[in-house]
Design a binder for this molecule. Structure first.
Ligand code: DC
Length: 224
């Protein structure tokens, strides 16, 4: 069993790259951001301010989150319902970021994440994987890229999904969210001291995937 931690800011390519690496190595890709997005979604349906610690932590007992893997793809169920792309909007990004700064929310999602990594060889992406969730991961990578490059990737992704967005708004929201995620008191998005910082500005997806697969094979001897 191997554990690979991939952390970094939004738009660095964590999920696309991790998915491709998982497929090449035959391991499970775990998108932990989807869990925070799911909590954010529920909070929105209850008309609770996502920054309201008492309100948000008070509604956690009403939430059951289940993670399943169907043909290698992760599905997250909120009280039995698969939310699909409803958690992928810019609004849900902001909700997820806000609720993720609440200690009770992080505690609520901790066991779910650890449990998946106990049962499977994983490449897990998030903000605190190398620092909190998998401190003993075999390989830790902090994936990053320039803010403009990350915003352009996120913009292209949203446009491809048919959403109407402006590049300037995507860039501004991305910077706001990164500041919020990296300066919060609990589990801030920061590279673990033993993480390899990988800046993929201007790199093609395939190049990043190849580089990371080589790195993992080199460090772990995993043939997969
Ligand atoms: O990776 P993402 O954009 O789907 O994550 C959404 C938000 O969830 C992100 O702004 C911060 C939070 N998050 C977190 O705090 N810790 C993680 N391991 C993953 C995501």
């Amino acid at each position: 069993m191997i554990q690979i931690a991939i952390d970094g800011p939004g738009g660095a390519g964590k999920s696309t790259i991790s998915k491709a690496v998982a497929a090449k190595l035959g391991i499970v890709y775990v998108d932990t951001g989807a869990l925070y997005r799911t909590v954010g979604y529920y909070v929105r349906t209850q008309n609770i301010d996502p920054h309201d610690r008492v309100g948000v932590s008070g509604c956690l007992p009403q939430i059951v989150i289940e993670v399943r893997y169907v043909d290698g793809a992760q599905r997250v169920y909120l009280n039995g319902e698969d939310l699909g792309d409803r958690i992928r909007t810019p609004e849900m990004s902001m909700y997820a970021s806000a609720v993720s700064a609440i200690p009770e929310v992080r505690a609520f999602l901790l066991e779910t994440q650890k449990d998946i990594a106990r049962k499977n060889s994983v490449i897990m992406d998030g903000r605190d994987i190398g620092t909190v969730i998998l401190p003993n991961a075999d390989v830790k990578i902090f994936l990053t890229a320039s803010a403009e490059c990350r915003a352009k990737r996120r913009y292209d992704e949203l446009i491809a999904k048919g959403q109407t967005v402006r590049y300037e708004d995507v860039l501004r929201e991305m910077n706001e969210r990164d500041t919020q995620d990296s300066t919060r008191e609990i589990a801030p998005a920061q590279a673990a001291s033993d993480a390899i910082v990988f800046d993929n500005t201007g790199m093609k997806l395939e190049e990043s995937v190849e580089a990371i697969v080589s790195l993992i094979r080199e460090k772990t001897g995993f043939a997969g």
